[in-house]
Design a protein around this ligand. Structure first.
Ligand code: NAD
Length: 456
C-alpha cells in the first residue's frame, strides 16, 4: 500500500465515526497495554540492542512511563470527553454555552531514537484517547525498537486505524506531504522547522517537541551532595541522550570543587570504577553522533572521565572544566554524556547569560533559598524543569511537557495530550422560547443596551 492509499484509508475509516466513542477508545488503550505487557521482554531487549539500556532504565524511563500514562488516561477520559458547560455573557441572554472536544482526524506521529519506545507510544496514547486514527513513524536510528513497535501495532490494530511506517528521511518526507489533521513531532530543532514548513501547506496543526541547551544552576547554598547525585542521574542516564538532560552546569564559584568531588563520587556509585564496563551504562546511538561528541572532549580540561571506546561507541560520564562560551561544546545541544561546567559569581549574570540564548527546553536550579528559586522561575523563560532535581517533571502525568520558542511548540502528557489531539468545538444553544431584539439593526435602543451590557 502506498502512503497516500494508507492516508485515504485512514480518512475513510475516521469518517465512519468508529473511533469516536468512549468505549472504543478505552478498549484500544487496554489492548495496547495488554500488547505491551506481553512483549515487555522484547522491548527491553531491543532497547539494550539499540542503546545498551539497562533493564531498570528501560523500564523506569520507557515502559513504566507508558503504563502510567495509559492508566491515567483510562481513569480520566470519560470526564475529559464530556462537553463542558461554560457561562454565557449578558449580551447572550437565553442561551447556554458548551465546549465539545472532538477528534482532529488523522494524526501523524514522528518519533526520535533516544527514548524510541516511550516517545512514540506516549503521544500515541494521547491520539487514541482523543479519537484519532494514527500513522506512527519511528526513528530509523533505533531499528530494533522500531521493529518491536511495528510488530506490536500490526498485531493489535487494523492499519486503517493505527499504522506504522518504518524508515528514515525519505519516508518521513513522503508522510509530511500528506494532508494529515495533526502532526506530532519529537526531534531536533532543524527537522522541526522542516515539519512546520510541510504542515503549513495543508494548515495542519503541529506539536513540536524539540531540544536545545538546558542549563542547570547550582547555587552556593544548595545541598551539594544531593545536587551532584541528581545531576549525574539526569545527565548520564541513557548516556546523556535525553532531550531534557542538563546540557551544561552553571555553578557558583565557591562550591565548584565540592560539586565536582561529589559528582565523581555519584558517577562511581552509579556505574562503578569503569563505567564503560557497566551493564547499566548506555552507548551512543550511531558512529556519527559518537564522532561529533568525541570532538567536544578537546574543549576545556577533562575533570572527570574522558575515555571513549571506538568499538562499543561509548564515552565515559565526563565533566569538563575551564569552559568558555565560544567553545564548540557550548554552540549546540550536546546530547551525550559530556557535562561542561561554567562558574558564576552572581545570579544576575546567570539570568543574563541564559536570556541571551534561545529559550531552553528545561532548566534546573539547585538552591535552598526560595528567593533564588523564584528569580530563576520568574525571570527566565523555558519549557519546564525542576527545583532541586533533574528530569523528574517529565515523568509526571500531571505536568504538561513541552518547549517554548526554539525548544518547541505545544505540550503533552495526561490531559494536555488529549487536548492537543482534539479540537475544542464551541457551541451556543439559543432558546426559542423568547427573543431579545436589541441586537437587530431595527432596534432603536439596541446600541445603548449593548454599550451598557458590555461594560458590566
Ligand atoms: P531528528 O530531528 O534527527 O529526527 C527525528 C525524526 O525525524 C526521526 O523519525 C527522523 O527519521 C525524522 N527526520 C530526520 N530528518 C528528517 C528530515 N530531513 N525530514 C523529515 N523527517 C526527518 O532528531 P533525533 O536525532 O531523532 O532526536 C534528537 C533530538 O530530538 C534532540 O534535539 C533532542 O533534544 C530532541 N528531542 C526532544 C524531545 C522532547 O520531548 N522535546 C524528546 C526527545 C528528543
Amino acid at each position: 500500500m502506498t502512503i497516500s492509499q494508507l492516508m485515504d484509508q485512514q480518512k475513510r475509516y475516521y469518517q465512519t465515526g468508529s473511533t469516536r466513542g468512549l468505549a472504543f477508545r478505552l478498549t484500544q488503550l487496554k489492548k495496547l497495554k495488554q500488547a505491551i505487557v506481553e512483549r515487555e521482554s522484547e522491548i527491553i531487549q531491543a532497547l539494550r540492542t539499540d542503546l545498551n539500556k539497562g533493564e531498570k532504565e528501560a523500564y523506569a524511563f520507557e515502559i513504566g512511563i507508558v503504563y502510567q500514562e495509559i492508566a491515567h488516561v483510562i481513569k480520566h477520559l470519560k470526564r475529559w470527553m464530556k462537553p463542558k458547560k461554560v457561562k454565557s455573557p449578558m449580551t447572550h441572554s437565553g442561551s447556554r454555552s458548551y465546549i465539545i472536544p472532538e477528534p482532529l482526524g488523522a494524526a501523524l506521529i514522528i518519533a526520535p531514537w533516544n527514548y524510541p519506545f516511550m516517545l512514540a507510544f506516549d503521544p500515541l496514547i494521547g491520539a487514541i484517547a482523543a479519537g484519532n486514527t494514527v500513522v506512527l513513524k519511528p526513528s530509523e536510528l533505533a531499528p530494533a525498537v522500531s521493529a518491536v513497535m511495528t510488530s506490536i501495532v500490526r498485531a493489535t490494530f487494523e492499519p486503517q486505524y493505527i499504522a506504522v511506517v518504518e524508515g528514515g528521511v525519505e519516508e518521513s518526507r513522503a508522510l509530511l506531504e500528506q494532508p494529515f489533521d495533526k502532526i506530532f513531532f519529537t526531534g531536533s530543532v532543524a527537522v522541526g522547522k522542516i515539519v512546520m514548513e510541510a504542515a503549513a501547506k495543508h494548515l495542519t496543526r503541529v506539536t513540536l517537541e524539540l531540544g536545545g541547551k538546558s542549563p542547570c544552576i547550582v547555587h552556593h547554598d544548595a545541598h551539594i551532595k544531593l545536587a551532584a547525585q541528581r545531576i549525574a542521574f539526569g545527565k548520564f542516564s541513557n548516556a546523556g541522550q535525553t532531550c531534557v538532560a542538563p546540557d551544561y552546569l552553571l555553578v557558583h564559584r565557591n562550591v565548584k570543587d565540592k560539586l565536582l568531588a561529589y559528582l565523581q563520587e555519584a558517577i562511581k556509585s552509579f556505574y562503578g570504577d569503569n563505567p564503560l564496563l557497566s551493564p547499566e551504562y548506555g552507548k551512543i546511538i550511531s558512529r556519527r553522533h559518537y564522532e561529533r561528541l568525541r570532538h567536544f572532549l578537546n574543549d576545556g580540561k577533562v575533570a572527570i572521565g574522558g575515555l571513549a571506546d571506538d568499538q562499543t561507541l561509548q564515552i565515559e560520564p565526563t565533566v569538563l572544566e575551564n569552559i568558555k562560551w565560544d567553545m564548540p561544546v557550548m554552540q549546540e545541544e550536546i546530547f551525550g554524556p559530556i557535562l561542561p561546567v561554567l562558574t558564576y559569581d552572581n545570579l544576575d549574570e546567570v539570568v543574563g547569560l541564559i536570556q541571551a540564548r534561545p529559550k531552553p527546553l528545561a532548566l534546573y536550579v539547585f538552591s535552598e533559598d526560595k528567593k533564588v528559586q523564584d528569580v530563576m522561575l520568574e525571570q527566565i523563560s523555558f519549557g519546564g524543569g525542576c527545583v532541586n532535581d533533574t528530569l523528574m517533571h517529565f515523568g509526571s502525568t500531571h505536568l504538561p511537557v513541552g518547549g517554548v520558542g526554539e525548544s518547541g511548540m505545544g505540550s503533552y502528557h495526561g490531559e494536555m495530550s488529549f487536548h492537543i489531539f482534539s479540537h475544542m468545538k464551541s457551541i451556543l444553544k439559543q432558546t426559542t422560547r423568547f427573543d431579545i431584539p436589541f441586537r437587530y439593526p431595527s432596534s432603536q435602543i439596541g446600541l445603548k443596551i449593548i454599550r451598557r451590557l458590555t461594560k458590566l
